[in-house]
Design a protein around this ligand. Structure first.
Ligand code: SDX
Length: 440
């Protein structure tokens, strides 16, 4: 079902820029979206002024128009197609959220069944692709394997999809969403020397992932419904997040017309960074290094020390200058999952809660509005469920594949779409003549 045409941008008048040195003035259109900040439309700025804007980390730049996800960092608000993340985490499931993000609406029962059947029917990967894992050392980081194997999918589906056809785009998207958990579980099995476990069509998305991760040929594996629900929630919370670094990577790669499988591989590569999706694994390492409550002040001091590269992993966010609503959901889920698993007094959770308490009372963090983000609690739940830390960002990638595909499809469906090609402020050498080596 195609997304309904919702609100489009509307004019918010104009803004006039005056260059003091020359007295020249330039008038730019302002656009207002359905919610969120008004934007200066600078698309004609260079043609009319010969000047660029300068915004290296995109601190103040809207890179695109989108209808998928809205974040209000001041309010701690996250909406998927208008629905608050807290309500989706409470009442929905990952397949429903997949439909919502891809098509713009919550599905009817028939639509949900159709989507679920379509995804279920494409969870296996080409047998040749399973050989690719053998090229990696057993101790390769699973994210390195994900980048390689997902990228290699473009060799299997190179010309299968006319990416300029909306139906074909969705087929490619659903293939990726269907196969990414299979590849992720295979990366884990390969790293522990166990045989690959094929997907089962009688299991749901989260159940199937747990089955492929933890079942072994030697005995029956029964999926724990509590763990499956927790994984499904974690997938919902990680599914999309506006124009974050990895989504922007997928959009930029896709803007050249690159194969969607290669674009998603680029997104996985970007997500791996510890400043982004790699933070969940880094939080566990940090908590392990802190070790006990009495060492928390030492690490808080290090996080504040400009001469120390150490940062409090799982804290801070480019957009959320209030709490990250996903962290709040995960904090609650962490207690529920540990309780259900019969894990009392989890050292890691206690340490994390104490670290959060101390940090949120510290002027350095309060002044800079640094709050726990989604990565602060996710690792604690995942570790309690038996997921190894090296797989945490892989799970993030499984969930975010839905958001990456929705954002990629939205971009490719935009008739005004062009290849992304930013400019620069050049401060290198002006033109100079070549100097022969005997004159240097
Ligand atoms: C994700 O974009 C997204 O939406 C990402 C994400 C998604 O769903 O896609 O939400 C997922 O990536 C969450 C973030 C996970 N990363 C971490 O937890 C790593 C630790 N956090 C930081 O590296 C940092 O907070 C960032 C990268 C998340 C945000 O960095 P910004 O916006 O560039 O902020 P900044 O570096 O300009 O920091 C502002 C100030 C600086 O101090 P001053 O120069 O003002 O004195 O806050 C300080 C920073 O030094 N600061 C921290 C800190 N985060 C920021 N100091 C100590 N510990 C931290 N974690």
């Amino acid at each position: 079902m195609a997304a309904k045409a919702t609100t489009t941008r509307e004019s918010a008048g104009t803004v006039t820029l005056t260059v003091d040195a020359t007295g020249e003035s330039f008038t730019l259109p302002l656009h207002r979206g359905s919610v969120g900040p008004t934007v200066f439309d600078i698309r004609k700025l260079y043609a009319e002024t010969g000047m660029f804007t300068f915004d290296p980390a995109f601190m103040s730049t809207a890179s695109c128009e989108s209808r998928i996800t809205f974040i209000d960092g001041e309010q701690g608000l996250l909406l998927y197609r208008g629905y608050p993340i807290e309500e989706l985490a409470e009442h929905s499931n990952f397949m429903e959220v997949t439909h919502l993000l891809l098509y713009g609406e919550l599905p009817t029962k028939r639509e949900l069944d159709a989507l679920t059947n379509n995804i279920t029917g494409h969870t296996m990967i080409h047998e040749q692709l399973t050989q690719l894992f053998r090229g990696f050392r057993r101790d390769a980081h699973p994210m390195a394997i994900m980048v390689g194997v997902v990228g290699a999918m473009s060799a299997f589906y190179h010309d299968h999809h006319d990416i300029y056809d909306s139906g074909e785009r969705m087929i490619a998207a659903l293939r990726l969403i269907a196969k990414i958990p299979t590849i992720a579980a295979m990366a884990y099995k390969y790293s522990i020397g166990q045989p690959f476990v094929y997907p089962r069509n009688d299991l749901g998305y989260a159940e199937n992932f747990l089955h492929m991760m933890f079942s072994v040929p030697a005995e029956e594996y029964v999926v724990n419904p509590v763990l499956a629900r927790a994984i499904d929630d974690i997938f919902i919370l990680h599914a999309d997040h506006e124009q974050n670094a990895s989504t922007s990577t997928v959009r930029l790669a896709g803007s050249s017309g690159a194969n969607p499988f290669a674009c998603i591989a680029a997104g996985i590569a970007c997500l791996w960074g510890p400043a982004h999706g790699g933070a969940n694994e880094a939080v566990l390492s940090m908590l392990g290094e802190i070790g006990s409550r009495d060492r928390i002040p030492e690490f808080i001091a290090r996080a504040k020390d400009k001469d120390d590269p150490f940062r409090l992993m799982g804290f801070g966010h480019r957009v959320y200058k209030n709490f990250d609503p996903r962290a709040n959901v995960l904090r609650t889920r962490a207690h529920e999952v540990l309780e259900t698993l019969g894990i009392r007094d989890d050292q890691l959770l206690d340490l994390a809660m104490e670290l959060e308490r101390i940090a949120l009372e510290d002027e350095y963090f309060v002044k800079r509005r640094l709050y726990p983000n989604i990565d602060f609690y996710s690792g604690i739940i995942l570790q309690a469920m038996g997921i190894p830390p090296s797989l945490f960002t892989v799970l993030f990638a499984i969930a975010r594949t839905v958001g990456w595909c929705a954002q990629w499809a939205e971009m490719m469906g935009d008739p005004s779409q062009k290849i992304g090609r930013p400019r620069q402020l050049y401060t290198g050498e002006p033109q100079r003549p070549y100097v022969p080596i005997d004159q240097r």
